[in-house]
Design a binder for this molecule. Structure first.
Ligand code: NAD
Length: 427
């Protein structure tokens, strides 16, 4: 018998850690806003969760089994919406907490969606394109009954991209017997994707940085910015802020970071990354670690990589005035409180990185209408929706004295609670 090559199942501790954190956040705001306890209880758990085993024929001829998840947290306001991530640490607890976050995010942005998330425990960087394609297609077929333009609409997340969405769309379409572009968003423009979708999350983050600077009255002609993670979100944020005259003094990726107090040349860095596959070693910069990067003195810090990067152990060492969360869940609840009490203005993830789901919504609408908008139209509409949400969160935060994260949650959860109350309980 050959040795088993399946990826290990997560431990119970790592399963529950993220989810309990998301529940704690809900509990805190539910208490503060006086949420009906019965509604509160219903929102503490996902509506539906699916765990699937995905057998994949590898290039060497062996068959390897992977574990995949799809969780729909709530579907009161519309079909479930949320990304699919490929990462060895994906687990049910993480996916469930991210699905919950998607529910709050869509409600906050006024989008007609519930929240979902999916993922597969794998190391995509060690897999060939063929292996990734077979993995994606089999995952899609295992969860196909959950999916559909009126049911659940996946999108890219960490280590998935528009090619992944094209495979999901194709697999779904073949199974139902006709082409259904609106079953995914974040797909290539040539098969019904939207202009502006790839850059949308970073564009929204960059917009929030500018709004936070105005809101805090930060007096600087060239604010200094540090970005953790130089993938889809981080690189676009850095590029757009750089084009607006901001000084990007440090960025990082999974291999480490680079720093130059005078500012990095972002277009050259992007070319360097395409060639070398990492940012470290970039000319005219100093190599630093990811933990050193978080502690740099700067005006704006943008965590745009993984969850849980800012916590009890390092929050006191941060030296930024504004923190804009490009990633989902980069700051622990305790660290968030500490930052607020110490005068750091935090733009929370459900607002800061909502540009992606907002343009996903535009893509879905365009697909359903078979009518397509120009990139300028998309970007203008995105700015309008981001602007409206920033106004509402900042105003609520000032009026209520809540920190911005709690203000954002209060708006999102308040809208959902109202919808649930009006729809009532079946039967
Ligand atoms: P990506 O895969 O394109 O990029 C991730 C980046 O993080 C890469 O540069 C990678 O090298 C880096 N990274 C990975 N591990 C790291 C570590 N330990 N330390 C430092 N850097 C590390 O992913 P993305 O789409 O840019 O997503 C980044 C974050 O933004 C995730 O938390 C994701 O959930 C969130 N997000 C993404 C979107 C979107 O539209 N892509 C939307 C909303 C939220």
């Amino acid at each position: 018998m050959t040795a088993l090559k399946s990826i290990e199942r997560p431990t119970m501790e790592c399963e529950t850690k993220h989810f309990l954190m998301a529940q704690r956040q809900l509990d805190e705001i539910a208490l503060e806003m006086g949420l009906d306890p019965e509604l509160h209880e219903r929102l503490r758990y996902p509506k539906r969760s699916m765990i699937v085993t995905i057998p994949v024929r590898m290039d060497d001829g062996s068959v390897r089994s992977f574990t995949g998840y799809r969780v729909q947290h709530d579907v009161t306001l519309g079909p479930a919406k949320g990304g699919v991530r490929y990462h060895p640490e994906v687990n049910l607890g993480e996916v469930s907490s991210l699905a919950m976050l998607m529910t709050w995010k869509c409600a906050l942005m006024g989008l007609p969606y519930g929240g979902a998330k999916g993922g597969i425990r794998c190391e995509p960087w060690k897999m060939s394109m063929g292996e990734q394609e077979r993995l994606t297609r089999r995952y899609t077929s295992e969860i196909i009954n959950l999916l559909g333009p009126d049911k659940d609409i996946p999108a890219p997340d960490m280590y998935t991209n528009e090619q992944t969405m094209a495979w999901i769309m194709d697999t779904y379409s073949i199974n139902v017997g006709h082409t259904v572009p609106s079953v995914v968003t974040g797909k290539p423009v040539s098969i019904g994707g939207s202009f502006g979708r790839t850059e949308a999350t970073g564009r929204g983050v960059a917009y929030c940085v500018k709004r936070a600077i105005t809101q805090t009255g930060l007096d600087s002609t060239a604010p200094t910015v540090v970005v953790q993670g130089f993938g889809n979100v981080g690189a676009v944020t850095a590029k757009l802020l750089n084009e607006s005259g901001y000084k990007i003094i440090a960025v990082s990726d999974v291999h480490g970071g680079i720093y130059n107090q005078k500012g990095l040349d972002i277009p050259r860095l992007q070319a360097y990354l395409s060639e070398m596959g990492k940012v470290s070693g970039f000319p005219h910069s100093e190599d630093i670690s990811n933990s050193e990067l978080l502690q740099l003195k700067c005006d704006v810090l943008v965590p745009a990589a993984l969850a849980n990067q800012i916590h009890d152990d390092n929050v006191q060492k941060l030296d930024c005035k504004i923190l804009v969360e490009g990633a989902n869940g980069p700051t622990s609840p305790e660290a968030d409180k500490y930052l607020h009490e110490n005068g750091v203005f935090v733009v929370p993830d459900i607002l800061a990185n909502a540009g992606g789901v907002t343009v996903s919504y535009f893509e879905w609408v365009q697909g359903l209408m078979h009518l397509f908008w120009t990139e300028d139209e998309v970007n203008n509409k995105l700015e309008q929706i981001m602007g409206r949400a920033c106004d509402q969160v900042f105003e609520m935060s000032i009026k209520s004295g809540l920190r911005p994260r709690m203000a954002a949650l209060r708006i999102g959860i308040g809208r959902l609670a109202e919808a649930k109350r009006l729809r009532g309980l079946y039967p």
